[in-house]
Design a protein around this ligand. Sequence first.
Ligand code: MN
Length: 211
Amino acid sequence: MNKANNFEFQALPYSYDALEPFIDKLTLEIHYGKHHKAYFDNFINAIKDTEMESMNIKEIFRNISKYPMAVRNNSGGYFNHTFYWQNMKAHGSDLPTGKLSEAISKSFTSFEEFKKQFSDAGKTRFGSGWAWLSLDDKGNLFICSTPNQDNPLMDIAEKKGIPLLTMDVWEHAYYLKYRNKRPDYIDAFWNVVNWEEVAKRYENALKIFGL
Ligand code: MN
């Protein structure tokens, strides 16, 4: 058995032009086909013939401080992008519903305030990184940003939790269409959020923490 089969470069869950006009086709082609693919290939190379080949990605993240920087960067690059593709969809923008909607209002006072805080996390991330909405082990939602390809599942994260929603703020995520205007990309992002997926992740995260 090829242990590297633990890890799979998953198909994009929609066509390259599905997120137009908010995220353009060329950006998605290069972002998925070149950047994401390179992280995946480099990750598989970085764990070749190591104990990590038989681990799952979350175990690797829980121990990431023990491993070489190439593993940290490329495992994050592999996972974060899959997570980002799946929390977007064509014709997104419907508001969160049910339990998630209540939790967002409770934690951030309103959906608008949540959007503002999450957007600010992306806008103020210096250099390259990600904005996240996550659940901590007490059942509280929190917003943070991480540098490079780090994420809140990693043992080195400032605050750890189970991620629910992410937004890539590397220049490669927006530069072709939005040039230097990161805030315009962030505003557009809200039109393609897949809230059903985020709500599903929230329910799963509550179960994982036994809440
Ligand atoms: Mn990216």
